[in-house]
Design a protein around this ligand. Sequence first.
Ligand code: FCB
Length: 459
Amino acid sequence: MNSPVPLHPQHPFPPDFVWGVATSAFQIEGAAQADGRGESIWDRFCRQPGAIADGSNGDLACDHYHRLESDLDLIAGLGVDAYRFSMSWPRVQPSGSGPVNEAGMAFYERLVDGLIRRGIKPYLTLNHWDLPQALQDQGGWAARETVHRFVDYARLAAARLGHRVVSITTHNEPWVMAVLGHEHGIFAPGQRHRGTAMQVAHHLLLSHGLALQALRADGCPARLGIVLNLSPIGPATSSPEDAAAARLEDGRSVRWYMDPLFKGQYPEDVWQHLGSDAPQVQPGDMDIIATPMDFLGVNYYTRGVVSASGAWNVHQGGKPLTDMGWEIVPEGLTELLLRMHRDWQLPPLYVKENGAAFQDTLVQTDAGPRVHDQERTDYIASHIAAVGDALAQGVPMVGYMVWSLMDNFEWASGYAKRFGIVHVDYATLQRTPKDSYLWYRDFLQAQHAQRAPVAAAAA
Ligand code: FCB
């Protein structure tokens, strides 16, 4: 795959389509002890022997906290419309309740101001998994009280930044926090109990709805929504057992979130299947969860292929894999978006994360250091085309964001898996834009060039 990737996808994108790039606080900031930051559940989890593949942690990460201005220049150099980042809850409210930690909040004020100065729209996520450890010590997301702590935190964040950011996402990927964190135990806080996981998922959804209501009551002008990780899920074989397993997995990972958010109810088949592991739901909860959103974000990396034996990513052969071992299936993104459009009444829809890990090599060239990551460029370009296909078929797509701006702490995989379009040398922390960064920059330039006559005509 060495041919140049076309800069113009088959289907044109509307001039107001939002192109972006994404990161999250714990994965890039480092500065774990700086300026009064509290401990998060990921700090604690990283210290459990065997929890992180390379034994690493987020103490230094990309040291983004201390390299803010030059990282902002890297974002600006791409020519994106938007930057999606998350706020570290324990940095701005170290124990998860009480007054703002001003020194921590100042970082996000500088970040948002720096974006606006560079003409980039700030997209804020409140919870990208780094719950204050102090709240975990009181039961974490399994405790209903945490819902109210989150609403307080959301209000305090919005009071400072709600007028300057374009968009606020409550939670990133509730399924991951609930199921990988509390049922499979491979992510923080490392628990293994299905009933706990389902209670956590309910509390995340409830806190999302309550936060939306509170921010709107406060007059927050930012657009409000949530980001889900979704995949099309299919059976590994044509056996009825695999078909039933796929239907259940679709229920647990897709419908368990989409149905309450857009229909105000949990899917009956999954509820029955869960038995005593179904969550405690109080009267009124479902209406709160279904509070209308201004947008929905979806993160897409691969499809799910499920067998009755419990596997969810059975490789059916023929599909290339990323360094995560995930199949590369761009048409799965179109399929997913069309299905969402068919089965639910969607608000404006973004792809909020899409990208791939590959084993990159930094090479010295006459033009300086380079990373020739053709596979990542192909991945991104083919998925952008897949979004274009969905748009052409009527799905209300309004934006697309690449994961990720730079290589970073990939959770349980540590630093070994590189998702960045900018290479990070972890010994020197030097940043080197990869070829995929240069391609995305050129692609965006071509998009913007198409925009200009439209804008001029409208003026
Ligand atoms: C998503 C996470 C993001 C990143 C990518 C690869 O599940 O939201 O932080 O780790 O996967």
